[in-house]
Design a protein around this ligand. Structure first.
Ligand code: BG6
Length: 304
């Protein structure tokens, strides 16, 4: 984006003591939010929240020091929006993993300072020739990000075409943890899951999740809140959701981290993904003219 456009954005949509538009990592245009509750960074490339940090605690979201920040590549961290398919394309392995909106340039559609001191930033993306070449549907997406004592990220999908559309997707949140071997993830006890590393049978989660090896699971038919218990950072991160009946838990561990060019060899220790998804059987069909929503609500509670 040319600097003149950034200055236009600031003139039209910047809000003193809330949000300014700057060149962020890799020179990508970002919304920098700073208010009485928290700071946050939102990239227009990918429509991606990159950072969220309530005052008085460590960063909540994680991003790799080895991430690409360049058009054509996904950003490794924050909350990538995976859409309109989750994971590999179901029938065409040539198409990009996790869809194309995480590598699309979004526009800012609005900003607002809320009465409680929170800041709202809205981004939008519609179909274009390049998206229709990958996926033959008309759509309008809006990502509504509210940065306050809690972070809310809501993807609103509007079907602007003349036929129904069906999608899968995710708010693929990466969280900062003190040490992957020293956290517990609550909220999925008794839930059935697909282990993407052991295709075949389905498994049932017993108790809290402890991670001690590569983990890549799709928890099924679950709408509940997950909680990351992190004694090392003295906090609990809760991830509530709406419009989602599946949750993905992912950590690449040693060998996969080494294979990924945009992921440091040791970085698997300091992150975990708890993804608010529409994955596997959890497909969403939107009728012509209809709307659907996928929302993650992320809150931090500090130990007393
Ligand atoms: C997770 C998938 O959602 O994303 C994993 O379950 C995948 O299988 C991971 O490895 C990262 O995907 P990508 O495309 O960002 O490397």
């Amino acid at each position: 984006m040319r600097p003149v456009e950034l200055s236009d954005l600031n003139a039209q949509l910047g809000i003193p003591k809330h949000v300014a538009f700057v060149l962020g990592p890799g020179g990508l245009p970002t919304a920098e939010v700073q208010n009485d509750h928290a700071t946050a960074t939102i990239s227009m490339y990918g429509g991606q929240v990159l950072a969220y940090q309530p005052h008085g605690t460590a960063p909540v979201l994680w991003a790799s020091k080895h991430s690409y920040y360049q058009p054509g590549k996904a950003i490794r961290g924050g909350i990538p929006v995976c859409w309109p398919w989750f994971g590999p394309h179901p029938t065409d392995s040539e198409l990009p993993a996790h869809g194309f909106v995480r590598t699309s340039q979004w526009a800012i559609s609005g900003t607002r300072a809320a009465a409680d001191g929170a800041t709202e930033v809205r981004l939008e993306l519609s179909d274009a020739e390049q998206t229709r070449a990958l996926w033959p549907h008309s759509f309008h997406l809006e990502l509504i990000v509210v940065v306050g004592p809690v972070l809310s990220v809501e993807l609103v999908v509007r079907n602007t075409g003349e036929q129904q559309l069906t999608y899968t997707g995710a708010l693929h949140s990466y969280f900062t943890v003190s040490d992957i071997t020293n956290i517990a993830i609550d909220g999925l006890d008794g839930v059935q899951y697909i282990d993407q590393l052991q295709p075949g049978p389905r498994f049932i989660q017993k108790g809290a999740i402890a991670i001690s090896s590569e983990t890549d699971r799709i928890y099924l038919d679950t709408a509940g809140t997950c909680v990351i218990e992190d004694a090392g950072l003295g906090r609990r991160i809760s991830i509530g959701k709406a419009g989602s009946r599946s949750t993905v838990v992912w950590n690449p561990w040693v060998a996969k981290a080494q294979r990924m060019r945009d992921f440091g060899d040791e970085e698997y220790r300091e992150m975990v993904c708890i993804e608010t998804t529409n994955a596997a059987d959890d497909r969403v069909t939107v009728p012509e003219g209809g709307t659907s929503r996928l929302q993650a609500t992320i809150a931090v509670e500090l130990d007393a």
